[in-house]
Design a protein around this ligand. Structure first.
Ligand code: AMZ
Length: 269
């Protein structure tokens, strides 16, 4: 019930150009802390390079608890080994997070079958992210969206504008924007756009690419990659009401961004 209300508060369905569109309303944008899992630990990578890791904690649930205590109402969890291997690899840690926090959790990385989607969503995960499968298995993506409307997020990870897959170990020939346009008919909950070159680099988001995504998207957009300063959040928010959130990782872990200050700066309630 509470979860349903959350969604209603977030989005309004509007009729525009004959299409149903969901847009974030009331200028609400969420700062979403990221928990990236590798070998059972909370890490941050640079540009998604599995060899360039910084371990932040071995105690993953306590990290999640910390973000909840600081006021986050949604946490973004990525199973990095899962993304590379094509199946969940950090399930015990994700289950422990679910037991520890009461806030919403979204999970991505290695979700390639409908059984895995069901398993996560039936276990209380609010939404799941499909990246690789969104490009390679359109039938599965459509089935997941049909079975769980608006609880599937498109993970659009771009290297030089092209879609990267398999834990970013491979780059396709497909332009991220083209994939987004192709999937316009699906009942996706949002698109998470990550510029890989910016991820973990603490040098700001790719506002040009994000602007393009916002302009093309019929669904809410979540910005990811490089968001470091309060000004970055404000710039992302200024892209318009379609931006429903910003995922922040390294800046929070390194203390470059204070969660409360971030939330205050963008007026999140
Ligand atoms: O950092 C990485 N190498 C990385 C990463 N953060 N690789 C994948 N991912 C995330 C994507 C998305 O949320 O941003 O994993 C998810 C996609 O996983 P998959 O298995 O569906 O492609």
């Amino acid at each position: 019930m509470e979860r349903r209300n959350w969604r209603r508060r977030f989005h309004t369905v509007v009729q525009q150009a004959g299409k149903n569109e969901r847009i974030a309303t009331g200028g609400v944008m969420r700062v979403i802390p990221a928990i990236d899992l590798k070998d059972g630990r909370c890490v941050r990578l640079r540009q998604g390079d599995m060899a360039a890791e910084t371990v932040y904690s071995e105690d993953v649930p306590s990290v999640a608890r910390r973000w909840q205590q600081q006021g986050a109402d949604l946490i973004h969890v990525v199973d990095l080994n899962g993304a590379v291997d094509g199946e969940p690899k950090n399930l015990p840690q994700i289950e422990a997070v679910m037991k520890t926090v009461s806030v919403k959790v979204q999970v991505g990385g290695g979700i390639r079958t409908i059984e895995t989607v069901r398993r996560y969503l039936h276990a209380g995960v609010a939404r799941v992210v499909l990246g690789t499968a969104a490009l390679t298995d359109r039938k599965f993506l459509a089935q997941a969206c049909q079975e769980f409307p608006r609880r599937i997020l498109l993970g659009l990870d771009a290297r030089d504008g092209k879609v990267a897959v398999k834990g970013w170990t491979a780059v396709s020939e497909t332009k991220a924007i083209e994939l987004l346009k192709e999937l316009a008919g699906l009942e996706l909950g949002a698109v998470i756009y990550t510029d890989i070159a910016r991820d973990g680099m603490l040098n700001g988001p790719n506002l040009t690419a994000l602007g393009e995504v916002v302009a093309c998207s019929l669904i809410p957009v979540i910005a990811s990659g490089g968001i470091t300063r309060v000004e970055d959040l404000q710039a992302v928010q200024a892209l318009g009401p379609r931006v429903e959130g910003a995922i922040v990782g390294k800046a929070l872990y390194d203390g470059k961004l204070d969660y409360a200050a971030a939330v205050a700066a963008i007026g999140q309630r």
